[in-house]
Design a protein around this ligand. Structure first.
Ligand code: CA
Ligand code: CA
Ligand code: CA
Ligand code: CA
Length: 398
């Protein structure tokens, strides 16, 4: 559901050390000292946002079945819970993202919810406070994945929202250029009229014409690729994604895995939603052939996995300027917490499992969606790992 174009350029400033990573020089699990303890919480997703404009990234948590949370950063990645920041009412929240929807210069926050269908929008005041503007959102829905970007190039943030449920249609809400902070529902005019069971969405330019196309990750196959006409109108081009495997996908990431300057697509998959072994949960990397076709090259590029994955992150954890992967791992059947995996990129898009050397042994959980950014101001990207009924974890780069 996340696209990381900014990270490509960010990584360019990092010196390539060429050193082999070891447990002592990659990640430090600072959860016990830096994160409020909450080992029963369903912290399904996180967004890094500087809500109080003090120069450090704070952490916003999407919480399933409880009130969403704001953790304030002291500048050194010590996080403290500011209770009540997003009200006092629990919702079935699945995901969170940030953008400046009303263009007042302050970061805003949006949550989407599944079962109770209460999506929430909060306008930030730049001092850590938020005003509930959820009534600005055009509709309720059984939301399970979303992304934010300017799909029609008018400078206002737009929302692509993926839904599940019988007859579910996905939604596209355009930021209203005439009324900043309000939205125009363009779902019927701008999206293909097809049923989806969507768990993740990524907006990214997939065909190199400088507008945001869309990858739709579905729990019921097929996944879809939609191309943007430049004005935010999407047409189905799923035939550009070549894979013979029917996936139960939970999350999608678009990033340049192979280093050719063209975006590739990563699907993180389940065998089933914690029930039996039904589908192949192998993570899938669809590589751009240079002409905007995406071919499944997982077999030779990704470590084999039998675990299911509800979330992951793209991060250059060994400072070689190539994006590596953190992959959440849960054993299904059983829904058993496993150690999160670390896959190192060889620079050409072939990934090696380096979990033993890179991932602290403490990073075991029902890992869910993740956030990446520099929380302690040392210029290296840290990782916050959500958890379903297990402690969300914070990994700092050493
Ligand atoms: Ca801050
Ligand atoms: Ca704002
Ligand atoms: Ca727009
Ligand atoms: Ca495009």
């Amino acid at each position: 559901m996340k696209c990381h174009p900014a990270r490509w350029t960010l990584a360019l400033g990092v010196l390539a050390l060429g050193a082999t990573a070891s447990a002592s020089d990659v990640f430090l699990d600072v959860t016990a000292t830096h994160v409020p303890p909450a080992d029963q919480l369903h912290a399904l997703d996180a967004a890094f946002v500087d809500v109080d404009k003090d120069g450090d990234l704070d952490v916003v948590l999407a919480v399933e079945g409880d009130v969403n949370r704001l953790y304030i950063n002291d500048g050194k990645a010590n996080l403290s819970w500011r209770q009540g920041a997003f009200g006092k009412v629990a919702h079935d929240t699945e995901h969170v993202l940030s953008a400046d929807f009303n263009r007042d210069g302050n970061a805003d926050v949006m949550f989407i919810a599944e079962d109770d269908q209460v999506h929430q929008l909060f306008f930030g005041d730049g001092r850590g406070g938020f005003a509930d503007a959820s009534d600005r959102l055009p509709a309720r829905s059984e939301g399970n994945g979303f992304d934010i970007g300017d799909v029609n190039g008018d400078g206002f943030a737009d929302i692509a929202l993926g839904n599940t449920g019988k007859g579910a249609r996905n939604l596209l809400w355009l930021g209203d250029p005439n009324k900043p902070g309000y939205f125009i529902d363009a779902s019927k005019t701008n999206l293909p009229d097809v049923e989806n069971a969507t768990q993740g969405i990524a907006l990214a330019d997939l065909d190199g014409d400088r507008d945001l196309d869309m990858v739709v990750a579905n729990e019921i196959p097929p996944n879809r690729l939609l191309l943007n006409d430049g004005r935010g109108r999407y047409t189905d081009a799923s035939d550009r994604m070549v894979s013979s495997v029917a996936l139960h996908t939970r999350e999608v990431h678009v990033f340049d895995a192979t280093g050719d300057g063209k975006p590739d697509i990563l699907f993180l998959n389940l065998t089933s939603n914690a029930r039996q072994y039904e589908r192949d949960p192998q993570a899938r990397l669809l590589v751009n052939d240079g002409r905007g076709r995406f071919v499944d090259e997982s077999a030779r590029r990704l470590p084999a996995n039998a675990f299911s994955s509800w979330g992951g992150a793209v991060v250059d954890f060994n400072d070689d300027r190539h994006p590596d992967l953190i992959v959440g791992a849960i054993a299904v059947p059983g829904f058993k917490p496993l150690q999160a995996r670390a896959y190192a990129n060889d620079g050409k898009g072939t990934f090696k499992d380096v979990t033993a050397e890179v991932m602290p042994a403490t990073v075991v959980g029902r890992s869910w969606s993740m956030a990446v950014g520099d929380l302690n101001g040392d210029g290296k990207e840290d990782v916050f790992i959500g958890g379903w009924g297990t402690q969300a974890r914070l990994l700092l780069r050493k």
